[in-house]
Design a protein around this ligand. Structure first.
Ligand SMILES: [Zn+2]
Length: 340
């Protein structure tokens, strides 16, 4: 990974990344304190990639951009790369403001619909059951049991969605972007590749500094998301050094293939740590979290950290290297299973 020499955009301004590609950075009220949003310039107007969080700070930032650097042409399309609240939250508001059609992938849309329509009590119960299965402390379980839907809190409304995905393209003023669907960090994540110009809007699947969160998802905590992410990374390993990669967080970079390879190593290292710990004794997801991170998390980060620990344990199970035992209402226990 090598950072590219672009200035981080000031609030209310855009940084030009290519003849027809622009970058804005929006604030987030989390430990990861910002998100990158991208705007593609086309003959029909702006294609906006992602909407930002569903809060007033985000809407204020959009209002400045829509009245300023984006004002000279209409917004013709809004594409939501995946269902995470920092990408989706303001989509309905943005559709109201611009009257532009909103698109996402089929897999992300089904996850969005499920999360949005889940009654508050059901959401809390699913979270509390997941945390119970993980063996998290009772205080943390109680907090999510009382917490309602963290999705609805950050996604106040949904736009009307259209579907888009692999096989579709975006024709911009100077190029053609192929859309790809990938699985791992989220269910059916969209990213955008201009092969001829060597430009790749990777969003959250390839990040330069942090490892994209690979979490057990509350819709199915036993699903092997890490295997899917390895499939993506193995493909991305072949990305040419000179391709410019534009991520959902932090800064644009080159040498994305090497970054993909180092993320593969990173996850194998984590699997290795869990194998060693499982050789000593059976463990819960909470134990695995202590092995991998060894620190306390705030409630927002705990969701990602426990989900990440869980996803690695589940991957060991699907590789036949561990076994999970479940008893209703009790933490799932993982045991080492040696392969011959
Ligand atoms: Zn994400």
């Amino acid at each position: 990974m090598q950072p590219l020499d672009f200035a981080i955009p000031e609030k209310g301004q855009l940084t030009q990344l290519a003849d027809d590609l622009y970058w804005a950075q929006f604030d987030l009220p989390f430990r990861l304190n910002h998100i990158n949003l991208y705007m593609i310039d086309t003959a029909n107007g702006w294609v906006l990639i992602d909407a930002g969080l569903g809060d007033q700070v985000t809407r204020d930032q959009w209002a400045v951009l829509l009245a300023g650097p984006l004002a000279h042409q209409p917004v013709c399309q809004i594409i939501i790369s995946h269902h995470h609240v920092d990408h989706l939250g303001s989509a309905a508001w943005l559709q109201d403001q611009t009257q532009a059609p909103v698109f996402t992938s089929e897999g992300e849309l089904s996850q969005i619909d499920w999360l949005f329509n889940l009654p508050e009590d059901d959401f809390s119960a699913i979270m509390a059951n997941a945390y119970t299965s993980y063996g998290l402390p009772e205080d943390d379980i109680e907090q999510v049991r009382q917490g309602g839907s963290r999705f609805r809190q950050m996604v106040p409304a949904l736009p009307e969605f259209n579907l888009i995905g692999a096989g579709d393209t975006i024709t911009s003023r100077h190029g053609v972007w192929q859309i790809r669907n990938d699985h791992g960090h989220s269910h059916d994540h969209l990213s955008f590749m201009d092969h001829d110009r060597g430009l790749y809007i990777a969003i959250d699947f390839l990040l330069p500094r942090i490892s994209p969160n690979i979490s057990a998802d509350i819709s199915n905590i036993d699903y092997d998301r890490l295997a899917q992410y390895f499939t993506y990374l193995e493909d991305m390993q072949h990305l040419a050094d000179e391709v410019q990669v534009f991520p959902g967080h932090d800064w644009p970079f080159s040498h994305g293939g090497k970054r993909a390879a180092s993320l593969i190593d990173h996850h194998h290292e984590r699997l290795g740590l869990l194998r060693v710990a499982l050789d000593q004794s059976p463990m819960t997801t909470n134990d695995a979290m202590a092995v991998l991170f060894g620190r306390k998390f705030d409630p927002h980060s705990l969701y990602f950290a426990s989900g990440e620990a869980r996803a690695h344990l589940i991957h060991l199970v699907s590789r036949g290297e561990a076994e999970m035992q479940r008893q209703d209402g009790k933490p799932d226990q993982f045991f080492r299973k040696t392969t011959s």
